[in-house]
Design a protein around this ligand. Structure first.
Ligand SMILES: NC(=O)CC[C@H](N)C(=O)O
Length: 196
């Protein structure tokens, strides 16, 4: 059975645990970096990216998460998690984990319309995915190795780069598990490749 962890320092952890379990995979809350050794894929949840980064540093997760990704193990960032994965953040000198070659903007849809839902066509996932946005970022620029999976109002809001996946929205907040199932398939695939 595949085991998928959710970084549980801050943010929407419990919802991800429920959606991972719905795919049939084992779900684990990750609170110590040593736990990364026992999982096959990692989710960086939504929340507040600067707070999460501060906690990543305090709990000494920074190098451990980068090393996890460099081993070829899949990482999926949602919302604040997408910001953590980008190698460039608009108006901010430093990025965070820098796993994906893309520039992102925070709170990109404005503070007034903080939250909204939209039905999106998502490559690999479906034509009618109900996406929940909460003070969401978006992807301003993406490198050629980054595959944009969905756009909203011509802005890129979901992307994949090899074994890295990210969404500006929160797939864990609906009962539609197709997005997490797609990630679970990526985890399954990488586990087979890493074992061979
Ligand atoms: N729902 C979310 O994860 C919001 C992300 C938040 N705007 C940030 O910058 O971290």
């Amino acid at each position: 059975m595949n085991t998928i962890g959710v970084l549980a320092l801050q943010g929407a952890v419990r919802e991800h645990i429920r959606s991972i379990e719905a795919t049939g995979a084992k779900a684990v809350e990750i609170k110590r970096k040593e736990q990364l050794e026992a999982i096959d894929g990692l989710i960086l949840p939504g929340g507040e990216s600067t707070t999460m980064r501060r906690l990543i540093n305090s709990y000494d997760f920074f190098d451990a998460i980068q090393a996890f990704g460099k081993q070829g193990k899949p990482v999926f960032g949602t919302c604040a998690g997408l910001i953590l994965m980008a190698n460039e953040i608009e108006g901010q000198g430093d990025s965070h984990l820098g796993l994906m070659n893309m520039k992102v903007a925070r709170n990109a849809f404005g503070r007034q319309v903080a939250s909204f839902e939209a039905d999106l066509k998502v490559t690999h996932v479906g034509d009618d995915f109900n996406a929940v946005f909460i003070r969401a970022p978006y992807i301003l620029e993406a490198g050629t190795e980054v595959e944009v999976l969905a756009t909203y109002q011509e802005r890129a809001v979901a992307a994949k780069q090899g074994h890295y996946l990210c969404t500006a929205f929160h797939p864990e907040l609906t009962d539609d598990n197709r997005f997490i199932e797609y990630f679970a398939q990526m985890v399954e695939q990488s586990k087979k490749t890493l074992a061979s």
